[in-house]
Design a protein around this ligand. Structure first.
Ligand code: NAP
Length: 262
């Protein structure tokens, strides 16, 4: 299927590795020009080179810096002649025990996983609607639907973003102008983040990292962790011409781990 987005411009936040990088790769494979961001310059440049190889005709621009910094967000938006596609992403708050989370850690989680995406949406959505094409994807978490106690920081602030998006996506100003906003909720995908989660859980419980991975696997009917390329294929579809009628949705991709009917 041709997704009909060749030549469009995408800003993909937090995209030197993991799910963000895979989304950038899937979009580059569709002929989309990419602006990618991460804090570490060497990994980001290496990611940009790999993307360039996949789409030699397209542009790949890097913006190094923390997505919570308003000047970095502005640089990301300014780097593209126009932003047709925005993929909001950032590192997740660290797992832990709620008794130990400080005021500063709560505020950092709000800045990173709620306010940074909201500010980016604010800066691009009116011009997307004005041009009659816009696709915004927020990478959130399966924990928004099925909370895990150790991920309370993540769940709480992502629910804030989810609530905001639920209202915004349904505004006629956007939905009637081919400008959609959807959230993708990953279950357990094979990335550095997942390994870190197992490490922290192992330290907390006194068990091994392998034991933590095995016990998580036991909760996934698919019997394996997700491949970031599978996540990215869903993301690319939601960014497509064909997905114009899908907006305001929270789409879980978790190998069947969520136990509910809806
Ligand atoms: P990852 O493998 O750790 O990759 C994170 C990427 O984001 C890296 O490129 C990192 O590069 C960049 N980054 C982190 N913080 C940033 C910031 N403040 N500003 C700019 N770039 C930043 O993580 P992932 O597994 O792909 O996860 C992506 C998101 O999905 C996270 O929010 C995570 O919590 C969520 N999630 C993941 C899973 C999973 O199973 N993997 C499940 C549920 C939710 P630098 O460090 O160089 O900045």
């Amino acid at each position: 299927m041709d997704l009909g987005i060749r030549g469009k411009w995408a800003v993909v936040c937090a995209a030197s590795k993991g799910l963000g990088y895979s989304c950038a790769q899937a979009l580059a494979d569709e002929g989309v020009n990419i602006v990618i961001n991460a804090r570490g310059a060497p990994d980001l440049e290496a990611a940009a080179q790999r993307l360039k190889l996949r789409n030699p005709e397209g542009e790949v621009i890097t913006v190094v810096g923390d997505i919570t910094d308003s000047s970095i967000r502005q640089a990301l938006v300014d780097a593209a002649p126009q932003v047709d596609i925005l993929i909001n992403n950032a590192g997740g708050p660290k797992p832990g025990n709620f008794r130990e989370w400080t005021d500063q850690e709560w505020r950092a989680a709000i800045d990173t996983n709620m306010l940074a995406p909201i500010e980016l949406i604010k800066s691009v959505i009116d011009s997307m609607a004005g041009r009659g094409f816009g696709r915004i994807i927020n990478i959130t978490s399966g924990a928004v639907k099925a909370p895990l106690d150790a991920l309370g920081l993540s769940t709480s602030v992502r629910c804030g973003l989810t609530g905001f998006v639920a209202g915004l996506a349904r505004q006629k100003d956007f939905a009637s102008r081919n400008t959609t906003i959807n959230n993708i909720l990953p279950g357990a995908f094979k990335t550095e983040r997942l390994e870190n989660t197992f490490q922290v859980a192992a330290e907390r419980s006194g068990k091994t990292v392998n034991a933590m991975a095995e016990s998580r696997l036991a909760t996934i009917p698919a019997g394996r962790f997700g491949d970031p390329a599978e996540f990215a294929a869903l993301c690319a579809f939601l960014c497509s011409h064909q997905a114009a009628y899908v907006t305001g949705q929270n789409i879980l991709i978790d190998g069947g781990a969520y136990p509910g009917i809806f």
